[in-house]
Design a protein around this ligand. Sequence first.
Ligand code: CU
Length: 175
Amino acid sequence: MSRRITRPALVVAFGLVAGWLTGCGSDDDTVGFGAEAAWSRPTPTGAATGVLYLTVTSDRSDALVGVDVPTDVAGRAELHTTMAADGGHEHHHGGDTATTVEPAEPAEPAMTMAPVESFPIAAGGTLLFEAGGNHVMLLDLPDPLTSGETYTATLRFESGRTLDVDVVVAENAPD
Ligand SMILES: [Cu+2]
């Protein structure tokens, strides 16, 4: 009984130690060129858009300028940023009074997103794409993204470098 628990625990412990060793054992604080924790949320049937989140690191100053995904995943992908929407366009429909109604509670600012041409990344820097923030927008989905599905996205950088990233479709970010 206990062996079933012990064995995965050892594997996890080894992974942590190995990660710690490689993290601290190199000559300096060099950050590699890479991407990790890439995932997409499942999409409902008929949805035209999806998202891709990931973490990108670069050993030198560069900029992410685009992402390519297989056409059976999405027609195209855009780099998007998320920002608070300009609050000046509240629409009040069909009210029977012209009285301005103060919100009962401070409303969360409405968020909107916009395409971005590139995301600069500093030497040794990290570029984070996450829910509520910067993200890769998947457009013109031919089919829903379903949990457990995987695909390869190719990141394109200003320097001309490219990076293939394995993406998993899941409800939550990978640990
Ligand atoms: Cu978006």
